[in-house]
Design a protein around this ligand. Structure first.
Ligand code: ADP
Ligand code: AMP
Length: 214
């Protein structure tokens, strides 16, 4: 099963992608996580990506596309994957369609998690991410068992630099300008599926499972 998660930053793509990956036993491929890991490791890619990310902008297509196309050739992705945060621009979507077509493949579903901008501001302000394993929480909606500590590995939880209010506004603008057009792109491809992302995370997940099939 080859899936794409669409939706504004903070809509719940990562939260749902992790649940989907567990249930359907496919890898969760998050370009944001890949960039954050590269920043942490001080790689050249990380250094290039950091300035764009900190400003709430997008990393240039040429730094993203080859990275993902290569990642999809890994052994663990042979039975499918759930892409989270990619594609984010029309050229990225076109490159993905082309790379898959060359292998006689296509995306099975692009799941758009619909959440209005008002809720997004609250979601991103309250998001806390684990410094070690990347698990995410929300201080009110999905709190960890022990404040400030990851349930899964016990490491510290932090507010991402790009979740600070001044950056969130820019990220939302970038989303509306560059990423939202992908909804029409995948509608035209006949694979768009929409779910209401404002309800409880378990209800969002149930709606996705209804669409994908148990
Ligand atoms: P994205 O990957 O789309 O940027 P996340 O999955 O990281 O979004 O979710 C953003 C924030 O909202 C996190 O703090 C997460 O815990 C919280 N969240 C995710 N899904 C829901 C939901 N259905 N209801 C309330 N809060 C949610
Ligand atoms: P995310 O974790 O998906 O919210 O991504 C965090 C940041 O990483 C984004 O705000 C972008 O700066 C960058 N990023 C992640 N994926 C992409 C992508 N497909 N194209 C461009 N930039 C990306």
């Amino acid at each position: 099963m080859k899936l794409i998660m669409l939706g504004a930053p903070g809509a719940g793509k990562g939260t749902q992608a992790k649940l989907i990956a567990d249930k359907y036993q496919i890898p969760h491929i998050s370009t944001g996580d890949i960039f954050r890991a590269n920043i942490k490791d001080g790689t050249e890619l990380g250094m290039k990506a950091k300035s764009y990310m900190d400003a709430g902008g997008l990393v240039p297509d040429e730094l993203v596309i080859d990275l993902v196309v290569d990642r999809l050739t890994w052994e663990d992705a042979k039975n499918g994957y759930v892409l989270d945060g990619f594609p984010r621009t029309i050229p990225q979507a076109e490159a993905l369609t082309k790379a898959l077509a060359e292998k006689g493949e296509k995306i099975d579903a692009a799941i758009d998690i619909d959440v209005p901008d008002e809720n997004i501001i609250n979601r991103m302000g309250g998001r806390r991410a684990c410094v070690a394993c990347g698990a995410t929480y929300h201080i009110v909606n999905i709190p960890p068992k022990v404040e400030g500590k990851c349930d899964k590995c016990g490491a510290d939880l932090i507010l991402r630099d790009d979740d600070k209010p001044e950056t969130v506004k820019n990220r939302l603008e970038v989303y509306h300008e560059q990423t939202q057009p992908l909804i029409d792109y995948y509608k035209a491809e006949g694979v768009l599926k929409e779910v209401d992302g404002t309800v409880d995370m378990n209800d969002v997940f149930n709606a996705i499972v209804q669409i994908l099939g148990a």
